[in-house]
Unconditional design. Structure first.
Length: 103
C-alpha cells in the first residue's frame, strides 16, 4: 500500500467524525456552529444546515474510504489511520466548541 493512503484514511476518519455532531444536532432540531454561520465556526447554523453539513461530511468520508486501496473493517493499519483521524477531529472539535459553550 502506498504511504499516502494512510493520510487519506486519516482524513476520511476526520470527515466521518465531524459529520456526527452536525447530523445529531441537526436531527435533534438544535442549532450548532458550521462553517456557514456568521462568524464561521462560532455563530450558530440552523438544524437543516447542520443535517446537510453532517451528511456531506459522511459522503466525503465514505468516498475517501472506498476510493483508496481496499479498506476493510477490522484492526488494520488502514482502519487505525481512519480511527486516528476520527479521534483527532473529535478532540479538536471538543476543544473549540467547548470554549464556545463556556462563554
Amino acid at each position: 500500500m502506498m504511504w499516502y493512503f494512510y493520510i487519506i484514511y486519516f482524513f476520511a476518519g476526520g470527515f466521518l467524525a465531524n459529520g456526527v455532531p452536525h447530523f445529531v444536532n441537526g436531527i435533534s432540531g438544535k442549532n450548532f456552529p458550521t462553517p456557514f454561520a456568521h462568524p464561521p465556526g462560532k455563530g450558530l447554523s440552523s438544524s437543516t444546515v447542520n443535517v446537510l453539513w453532517g451528511f456531506a461530511n459522511f459522503v466525503v468520508g465514505s468516498l475517501l474510504l472506498i476510493a483508496v486501496g481496499s479498506f476493510s473493517l477490522g484492526l488494520t493499519f488502514e482502519s487505525l489511520a481512519a480511527i486516528l483521524g476520527a479521534l483527532a477531529i473529535s478532540l479538536f472539535s471538543s476543544h473549540v466548541f467547548g470554549k464556545l459553550k463556556e462563554k
